[in-house]
Ligand binder design. Structure first.
Ligand code: HEM
Length: 328
């Protein structure tokens, strides 16, 4: 089925699925940090914000780890384009690493210090939005051969193409909705209603940003129309799920929102890929022939065992008794 045909089909499937997983975790990080910041400014004792602050460092770890898999598949699928865009953007692109480190520490600070909470969350939100912007830039720059030459000749590091802003806005809207979707599962009835507002508002922001892109001439490739309709149908079902959650917060609305939202995310990830399908280059023979399944299985098992050990250790550790002045 389009676009999963041709020599790199398996890599493309894995790319789309792992990218969608990455999107869920980083959405929780961006949406959660902004939510916790807004609540810290409005009032100090919000139960959702407290839960979110607790989970943020872990979720960032998951988001970064879940970014490695699509990164590897991306390099197999678009090796020349990805590395060229990296080199052209140079230090400006490299700035994502210190931004992530600063963001990571800011999340721990926001957990530990009431006094510095607002500043820490503000810094964290700035870092994560910067990283999202960077990925949007590099994604668009990869497809723009003319810009490589122009930027290199002018010594320019920032890809200031006009579709970066609306595309980033689509992502920020989608991130708010994904954050709300994940958070529904840990929320009580009254809290769920607030998350419904965030989820629906996120979709509204994304819709406005899509309209902005369409007004600038964006369109969907013919081959991706089926996936686009699937995404739209899933969004309609998701809307029913949000409505249901609002009316009966304890009912099955969150299940519908999660199922339909997942379908919409995967279908949209395929639509997102459509402009790059024509740019795919045949895999290098060395990459196509590379094996290593036994080594992969051994390292995967070792990784699973290490994670299981960590989860067991954390679960069996009694909670801290003395909270100290700085914690709330
Ligand atoms: C908080 C940190 C991060 C945020 C907020 C973030 C956000 C994003 C966003 C918004 C996109 C989509 C860009 C677009 O379609 O316009 C994206 C793509 C991607 N991200 Fe992340 N990301 C983060 C960290 C990472 C890390 C650490 C890695 C790698 C280890 C990574 C790997 C990827 C990959 C491979 C893609 C696909 C790029 C493409 O297809 O062109 N991300 N990320």
């Amino acid at each position: 089925m389009w676009p999963f045909t041709g020599p790199g089909a398996a890599w493309l499937v894995l790319y789309v699925l792992t990218f969608a997983l990455h999107a869920v975790f980083v959405s929780y990080v961006v949406g959660g940090t902004v939510y916790a910041l807004v609540q810290a400014v409005r009032k100090p004792d919000d139960a959702i914000a407290e839960r979110v602050r607790d989970r943020l460092p872990f979720m960032l770890g998951c988001g970064i780890t879940a970014g490695v898999a699509p990164l590897l598949f991306l390099q197999l699928l678009h090796q020349r384009r990805f590395y060229t865009a990296n080199l052209v953007a140079g230090p400006r692109w490299g700035a994502v690493v210190p931004a992530l480190i600063v963001g990571f520490y800011a999340l721990y600070l926001a957990k530990a210090s009431v006094r510095l909470r607002k500043v820490a969350l503000g810094v964290g939100a700035g870092c994560f939005v910067f990283v999202a912007w960077s990925w949007t830039e590099i994604h668009l720059l990869m497809e723009d051969d003319a810009a490589w030459r122009a930027m290199y000749a002018a010594g320019r590091r920032v890809y200031g193409e006009a579709s970066v802003a609306p595309r980033l806005l689509v992502w920020l809207g989608a991130m708010a909705t994904l954050f709300a979707t994940v958070s529904l599962w840990w929320a009580s009835g009254a809290e769920r209603r607030r998350l419904v507002v965030i989820g629906v508002a996120g979709r509204a922001v994304a819709a406005i940003a899509c309209a902005w892109l369409i007004a600038r001439g964006a369109s969907t490739e013919q081959g991706a129309h089926g996936w686009l309709y699937l995404a739209l149908a899933a969004l309609a079902v998701e809307a029913v799920g949000w409505g249901w959650t609002w009316v009966a917060p304890g009912g099955a609305g969150p299940l519908l929102v999660t199922g339909a939202g997942t379908a919409a995310l995967v279908a949209a990830a395929v639509v997102r890929e459509a402009p790059r399908i024509a740019l795919l280059e045949p895999p290098r023979p060395a990459a196509a022939e590379a094996g290593g399944l036994p080594l992969f299985v051994v390292t995967a098992l070792a990784g699973a065992a290490a994670i299981a050990w960590i989860v067991r250790t954390v679960a069996s550790t009694p909670p801290e008794s003395g909270d100290g002045d700085e914690r709330s």
